[in-house]
Ligand binder design. Structure first.
Ligand code: SAM
Length: 261
């Protein structure tokens, strides 16, 4: 029993989910209102370090936090420093970092305003707060087909995932709600945008790798073992092929500034 829903997910996340989260991380970093080179940037909910990598590409000095030790353990020797922590109770003093990035973590919180407030607390005045979540409007028939195939093969949506998807994710899943929450939290120069991102996933194999790289499949794939997992992957790929469209997730982006005080 663990409270870490991402336990054991690091390897498949890095090989699969990153196909989608990697390109989006670059878009998040590109929304910064100022250059990030040389700045210490908190990667909140860093996972395997996808946003940290995008930050490093821009010359920033990322430091990560994540609830999941397992996700942080991925490639730990080669990636920027990171610590296990809850973004709602960060082990950092006020104004500890220059800027912060929250890539697909606020959507895990039942009180995302509390997470945002904590990010603001640890960011220096004038620093950027950048975030992204999938939009409530996001839909993909091809992606649903992967899930349906897995279900047909015995996968059951984990309770924790259902709960997050129904009770937490929708809270910031529109540009209007993201913008309002950011303004209420005291951020200024709030820019929100809801748009599709071309992540370059055009082949059924890539889509299946991405989807099965996500944490809601980890325990099941581990349980059925590599041979059967390979079979299921092939079935999902065959099922998606006739309806495959380029995967264009719809993302809500937030870019804002910590007020000077
Ligand atoms: C969807 S993954 C995104 C990972 C990474 N940011 C990326 O874009 O690839 C969400 C991550 O947030 C972490 N997480 C969820 N709730 C958290 C919390 N309260 N505090 C810190 N991390 C959390 C999970 O452990 C997971 O690694």
């Amino acid at each position: 029993m663990t409270l870490d829903n991402y336990a054991g997910a690091g390897r498949r996340w890095a090989a699969g989910a990153t196909l989608v989260y990697g390109p989006i991380a670059r878009h998040i970093v590109a929304t910064s209102p100022h250059p990030l080179a040389g700045r210490v940037v908190l990667d909140a909910g860093a996972g395997t370090g996808v946003a940290s990598a995008a930050l490093s590409e821009q010359g920033a000095r990322p430091v990560g936090v994540d609830f999941s030790w397992d996700m942080l353990a991925w490639n730990a020797a080669a990636r920027p420093p990171a610590a296990v922590a809850d973004i709602c109770a960060l082990p950092l003093v006020d104004c500890a970092v220059d800027d912060c990035v929250a890539a697909f973590v606020l959507n895990h919180l039942f009180e995302p305003a509390a997470g945002l407030a904590e990010l603001i607390r640890v960011t220096r005045p004038g620093g950027a707060v950048l975030a992204a979540v999938f939009a409530n409007a996001a839909h993909s028939e091809s992606r649903d087909c992967v899930d349906d195939t897995a279900r047909g093969e015995g996968w059951q949506t984990p309770e924790w995932y259902l709960e997050i998807k129904t009770k937490a994710t929708p809270i910031l899943g529109t540009a209007r709600d993201m913008g309002r929450t950011a303004e209420e939290a005291g951020l200024i120069d709030v820019a929100v945008e809801e748009r599709t991102v071309d992540v370059g996933v055009t082949e059924p194999e890539q889509l299946v790798e991405y989807r099965f790289g996500q944490a809601q499949f980890t325990m099941w794939l581990d349980r059925i073992g590599p041979e059967r997992a390979k079979e299921v992957r092939q079935r999902a790929t065959d099922a998606v092929r006739p309806i495959m469209r380029p995967y264009l997730p719809t993302v809500v982006f937030l870019s804002a500034l910590h007020p000077e005080r």
